[in-house]
Ligand binder design. Structure first.
Ligand SMILES: [Zn+2]
Length: 119
């Protein structure tokens, strides 16, 4: 994560806003049923690298499959700008939708395929 820097991000309408330290070049493109349909490209951060600035009270929590990940989307614009989940060893982690980071040109990213569908 040598390239990690702090980005501001959030949903489309601005109700959900956050700051996160991450490296968009490390993004993965997951093929699970949720990520594939949303077109999610994700990077991961620890809770101390992520600060939710606005929208905690508004977030809608969607869970499916094993109910390990809280997919959090804005009820106004419908964008899932981040999710809360667990690392394999049980720690808290944040999955950030790199498409929602301000100033990131997603055309410059080449996310690694991730086979979430098979998990
Ligand atoms: Zn919104």
């Amino acid at each position: 994560m040598a390239q990690a820097k702090t980005y501001a991000g959030g949903c489309q309408c601005g109700r959900v806003r956050y700051e996160v330290a991450t490296d968009p070049q490390q993004a993965i493109a997951c093929n699970c049923s949720n990520c594939a349909k949303h077109g999610l490209w994700l990077t991961f951060a620890t809770p101390d690298q992520f600060k939710l600035l606005a929208g905690e009270d508004a977030l809608v929590d969607y869970q499916f499959n094993r109910h390990v990940i809280h997919h959090l989307f804005c009820p106004t614009c419908g964008v899932e700008s981040f999710a809360r989940g667990k690392t394999p060893d049980g720690g808290d982690m944040i999955a950030v939708n790199v498409r929602c980071l301000d100033g990131v040109d997603i055309a410059t990213l080449a996310p690694k395929p991730f086979d979430g569908r098979s998990l």
